[in-house]
Design a protein around this ligand. Structure first.
Ligand code: HPA
Ligand code: ZN
Length: 319
């Protein structure tokens, strides 16, 4: 039995398995430039974040209808539940869909249909977090937040993702302020490829409650001390870091040292269809590669529930 856990760093578009991509392409009359799912899977070799993002955005072309988004989320929930996920906070990238002429309502209603049935069908509670693409303008992010206004009953928070270096958190100060005023929770990717200073900015300028990745915090002892003191959760994604060449091999991953330093680390799958594993696959991989103890694995699972945007009456740790 996999450990019960919450998954807090998961891009729903990154759960698009090659087989589902081909099925949706056929349903929508879209030709993919690959012979079959097997050939596509062979493209999943990345040199850095951008080389992954290029394929990630290309394959989104198959997502067109509300049913497509519902089927995508349903497929994720089925796999996540089998890996012990009891609660999932799911990112989506509206700008990548709006730019293709897919409306916000199509995306949100499709995702929400699958997520809202998840407690009954899969024993998984959910939240939806809308991410801004940091390599797009601050104006585009603000317009996206406006487009989401009619759908905020389905959206718990905002995040920040896509190409990090050269796009510091401070670029999005105003839209995060607006989001906070609308009662939205705030997270942001920082310190995946970008420097530790981006983590500090995400905390100080954007007011984030969790840092997505936060991997490069280990380069700055003062920042580590602050993250430990303030119990700031970090949503680490070990298999993602290896696939995107942020760490050479899993045995070099700083997760164990981070736990031992008292950081509030969590383990997540990021884009599991692309990076070779879902939530428990990540737990299993770090246990093997880093020799984590059962206590450390339980600490990771406990942290995931403590860091989740759950209401007080939703204590899933007892489930
Ligand atoms: N990093 C940044 N942006 C992303 C990622 C990621 O791992 N996955 C999807 N968008
Ligand atoms: Zn991510």
């Amino acid at each position: 039995m996999p450990l019960p856990k919450a998954e807090l760093h998961l891009h729903i578009e990154g759960t698009l398995e090659p087989e589902l991509a081909f099925a949706l392409a056929a349903r929508n009359g879209i030709a993919l430039p690959y012979a079959d799912a097997e050939e596509l899977r062979h493209k999943y070799r990345f040199s850095d974040l951008q080389s992954f993002l290029d394929l990630y955005y290309e394959l989104m072309a198959v997502l067109r209808t509300e049913d497509d988004f519902a089927d995508l989320a349903e497929a994720y929930l089925t796999r996540a539940a089998a890996q012990g996920v009891r609660h999932a906070e799911v990112f989506f990238d509206p700008q990548a869909h709006l730019a293709r002429g897919v409306e916000m309502a199509t995306v949100v209603d499709g995702l929400a249909r699958a997520l809202e049935g998840a407690p009954e069908r899969h024993g998984v509670s959910t939240r939806l977090i809308m991410c801004f693409l940091r390599d797009e303008s601050a104006e585009s992010a603000a317009a996206t937040l406006d487009a989401a206004r009619p759908h905020l009953d389905h959206i718990t928070g905002v995040g920040l993702d896509s190409a990090e270096v050269g796009h510091p958190p401070s670029k999005f100060r105003e839209v995060y302020e607006k989001a906070a005023n609308l009662g939205l929770r705030r997270v942001a990717h920082a310190g995946e490829e970008g420097p530790p200073a981006y983590i500090t900015e995400a905390l100080d300028v954007l007011g984030v409650e969790r840092v997505d990745h936060g991997l490069r915090s280990v380069e700055d002892p003062d920042l580590v001390a602050r993250l430990v003191r303030d119990r700031v959760p970090l949503t680490l994604c070990p298999l993602s870091n290896v696939r995107l060449r942020t760490v050479d091999v899993l045995a070099d991953h700083p997760l164990r040292a981070m736990l031992e330093a008292g950081l509030m680390a969590t383990v997540n799958s990021d884009d599991p269809a692309y990076f070779g594993g879902y939530a428990d696959d990540n737990f299993h991989a770090v246990r093997e590669a880093l020799g984590l103890t059962d206590d450390q694995l339980r600490e990771l699972a406990r942290n995931s529930f403590l860091a989740a945007f759950l209401d007080d009456d939703e204590d899933l740790r007892k489930a």
